[in-house]
Design a protein around this ligand. Structure first.
Ligand code: FE2
Ligand code: FE2
Length: 384
């Protein structure tokens, strides 16, 4: 009997980790064919940034020459919500054989909320791919739950790919950064040639004002922050704008902006947060107060911060390019407990300033008092 795999996703864009997973799945599941199926409108995610045509073409380019891999436009053509039960039943009826549906292990936690989970399982076997931050204990509990609930287990693939993020690749593209080592070379060429992820006034400004090193940091802050937006109930577009602009004034001179007034007592390294908010509002016409606040306090912090302000503050400290003692612990906490992570970041920031000597900006000390010294009365309410 033929063994057929289905690999669905937004593929916005397809990247190296997808390619590695496709190859690994063919090997590990001994597949005769693997269909890569870009989704029309993923029910568990926001819509895609690239057009359907571009997403499909990027997949074709990425997998050209791979004999066992076919790109299917089934879900794109069908339109509507890309329900898994419809897709697996379609492939089962057209190709017969054993169907294996690849899925991120973390997605299986809410499998019972999928449309017709029993129909999914009667048409295919689920093959779960490990995701970063998803523990073996959680996965074992899921196996037990599947057997109890459906009388049919899923397969856990041993493949663990590097965590490449499509968000990061899109932001890299927006900022004109190299996609080397993130996507196959041909996909990078396709993205550039077809301007798949065009920038805007903001990214053009950043490309003009920031050196490459700072652009990379900016991209990493953006993908870290955007990756957390949904969980924190924030709008991705707001998070993206705030993250992109947080360091926009890092290399600007306040004297060049006539209307800009710096509050009193601001140490030199903190000036760029105020100037950044000013530039965002007056040069780039960003009027959203929440976004401006997140730029304005991303270095100092302050008492009573909004979730967006906290998120930019934290993402700035834990993005993958950061390399200081204790950063791994903070990154771990970022995945598990955002509010705890925020408090630890604030502590780390204050301790760092103390170790460095000299005076600490009063607003940072106020934030420290508010969140750390007075502690739980501030965060308990937010957790509920
Ligand atoms: Fe900054
Ligand atoms: Fe920064």
């Amino acid at each position: 009997m033929k063994r057929i795999g289905i690999f669905g996703g937004t593929f916005d864009p397809v990247h190296n980790s997808h390619v590695a997973l496709a190859r690994a799945a063919i090997k590990e599941l001994d597949l005769d064919e693997l269909f890569v199926v870009p989704t029309f409108a993923p029910p568990h995610k926001d819509g895609a940034a690239a057009s359907e045509e571009n997403r499909f073409n990027m997949l074709s380019v990425a997998f050209s020459g791979e004999e066992k891999i076919k790109i299917s436009n089934y879900e794109l053509k069908r339109g509507g919500v890309s329900y898994t039960y419809l897709t697996v039943e379609h492939f089962k009826s057209v190709y017969g054989g054993e169907i294996y549906f690849l899925v991120g292990a973390d997605m299986l936690s809410d499998f019972k909320t999928w449309k017709y989970p029993e129909r999914v399982l009667s048409a295919c076997t689920l093959a779960a791919v490990k995701r970063e931050g998803f523990s073996a204990g959680e996965e074992n509990a899921l196996h037990a739950d599947f057997i109890k609930r459906y009388g049919k287990d899923f397969i856990s693939l041993s493949f663990t790919g590097e965590g490449v993020s499509s968000t990061k690749i899109r932001v890299y593209s927006f900022l004109g950064l190299s996609l080397k080592n993130l996507v196959p070379e041909k996909v990078a060429e396709y993205i550039t040639q077809n301007n798949v992820y065009p920038g805007n006034e903001i990214t053009e400004y950043l490309k003009k004002e920031l050196p490459e090193k700072r652009l990379i940091h900016t991209a990493c802050v953006a993908s870290t922050a955007v990756g957390k937006a949904k969980e924190l109930g924030l709008k991705r577009s707001k998070v993206l704008t705030a993250a992109l602009l947080h360091d926009c004034a890092k290399y600007l001179n306040p004297a060049d902006f006539k209307g800009f007034k710096l509050p009193e007592g601001v140490p030199a390294p903190v000036v760029h947060q105020y100037l950044g908010a000013y530039v965002a509002e007056n040069v780039l016409n960003v009027k959203d107060e929440e976004v401006l606040g997140a730029i304005r306090f991303h270095t100092s912090g302050k008492p009573n911060m909004t979730t967006l302000e906290k998120l930019i503050f934290v993402a700035d400290m834990v993005e993958e390019g950061r390399n200081y003692e204790g950063v791994d612990k903070l990154r771990d906490l970022f995945k598990k407990d955002f509010n705890e992570c925020f408090k630890e970041c604030l502590k780390e920031e204050t301790l760092h300033l103390m170790r460095r000597g000299g005076s600490i900006y009063s607003l940072t000390l106020d934030a420290y008092d508010y969140y750390i010294n007075e502690n739980d009365k501030t965060t308990q309410g937010e957790k509920e």
